[in-house]
Write a protein that binds this ligand. Sequence first.
Ligand SMILES: CC(C)(COP(=O)([O-])OP(=O)([O-])OC[C@H]1O[C@@H](n2cnc3c(N)ncnc32)[C@H](O)[C@@H]1OP(=O)([O-])[O-])[C@@H](O)C(=O)NCCC(=O)NCCSC(=O)C[C@@](C)(O)CC(=O)[O-]
Ligand SMILES: NC(=O)C1=CN([C@@H]2O[C@H](COP(=O)(O)OP(=O)(O)OC[C@H]3O[C@@H](n4cnc5c(N)ncnc54)[C@H](OP(=O)(O)O)[C@@H]3O)[C@@H](O)[C@H]2O)C=CC1
Length: 406
Amino acid sequence: MKIEEIVEKVVAGEISLHEIDNYLEANAAMLARRLAVEKLTGAGLPNVGSTIIDYAEIKNRNAENVIGATQIPLGVAGPIKVNGEFAKGNFLVPLATTEGALIASVNRGMKAITSAGGSNVRVIKDEMTRAPVIKLGSISDVSDFLSWLHSVEDKIKEVTESTSSHLKYKGFSSFVVGNNVWLRFSFETGNAMGMNMVTIASEKACSFIEENFPKARCVAVSGNMCSDKKNTLINSLEGRGKTVIADVLLPHEVVKSELKSDPYLIHEVNLRKNWLGSARAGSVSQFNAHFANIIAAIFIATGQDVAQVVESSSGYTWTEVRDDGLYVSVTLPSMEVGSVGGGTRLPTQREALSIMGIKGELPHSSKKLAEIIASSVLAGELNLLSALANKELGKAHLKLGRNAKP
Ligand SMILES: CC(C)(COP(=O)([O-])OP(=O)([O-])OC[C@H]1O[C@@H](n2cnc3c(N)ncnc32)[C@H](O)[C@@H]1OP(=O)([O-])[O-])[C@@H](O)C(=O)NCCC(=O)NCCSC(=O)C[C@@](C)(O)CC(=O)[O-]
Ligand SMILES: NC(=O)C1=CN([C@@H]2O[C@H](COP(=O)(O)OP(=O)(O)OC[C@H]3O[C@@H](n4cnc5c(N)ncnc54)[C@H](OP(=O)(O)O)[C@@H]3O)[C@@H](O)[C@H]2O)C=CC1
């Protein structure tokens, strides 16, 4: 069938939007779907349709019912000097955003950090989790089940690791409410963020459990104690994905020359805003000013799963005024990033990763990416605290967010 005929059939309700894939080659199907949506809604979508995305590469990998692409401005901040275990040197960092003043903010923070000798950063834990919820008959069954589980842990390791050449089983923690048990499995997932990998592995573990301990029934492979795409205390305490910490000691003269600010005022903003203000607001694990801004912008630019900004942007900003300068650290307990898999293979996302020298096939490239992201968060955080201390937030957003004279 020709594209026009398919569009007519979709408009007449004879073919559904996703069924177009059964009749046309991938990119012709994307065009037909867009034309059908235009006819059905009356919306004109030439810009959505104007994309370099090859739907043949997306189909059955990244998205369904595709009609084109959304574009978001991509800027760069930096260079920032990073003194990591895996990221060493000066890096330009890609940020995709529509918030005027954000990239400028990170840029100024990076300039200050680089003048101070760079950000010191380490990934202190790297484990992705999945927590099935399992139902038993009674608490005595729960007790028997947990004893049995410890006796077969070698087998759990064997069945889960059989699902991938890159996945390593690290262990589990158990949590109980009445006759419900959550098994929070942890895995190393190489350079991948790992959610597909740990889900496939945990389903295998659940099948093994149900076959060999018939009183246990796996209700759901994700029982929310994982916790994926939710901001929870367990992620903050135990970590999820990469736990990353970055710090810098800024000499007093750098705070003055680069940030036009004062270490005591910055420290006071941090204590009264990030700690007292967040506590008073009832925050669970977000004692920071705007980790989410930097995490979201880099996640969009580099093809990470954007919904994981929720927990990846939890964390703590700590400041101390010392004789030799202002000490600032950021702690991100659950940063979920990969340099292979997911959206990292898409053309603009791959190019954005290459700006930082990130290539999925290189060893430890996801940890290198995590170190650069944490250093960028440090820059954004330091700079926003300075901007607030300087009372320049509104002025900056008038100029760069509204194109207005402050
Ligand atoms: C906007 C600045 C940096 C101006 O700051 P400034 O000191 O007036 O700028 P400057 O013209 O003197 O330049 C200083 C440096 O800033 C950078 N810079 C300056 N302009 C640009 C630009 N156009 N493009 C790129 N980089 C720029 C650049 O590094 C430059 O150095 P240079 O390269 O010239 O040697 C400052 O006023 C600022 O940082 N303001 C704060 C803005 C901010 O942080 N916004 C973040 C979003 S706020 C939000 O979303 C969350 C929030 C606030 O609601 C969360 C909460 O509740 O806390
Ligand atoms: N399934 C789910 O419940 C959820 C899925 N997601 C989605 O999952 C996707 C990410 O899943 P993820 O598992 O990270 O990635 P993918 O499933 O996209 O890719 C992971 C695969 O890449 C292969 N691979 C090649 N080189 C490497 C390497 N160096 N390190 C690790 N793996 C490598 C591995 O193959 P092999 O196994 O053969 O070794 C691995 O299984 C995203 O699209 C995200 O949106 C998000 C949340 C939940």
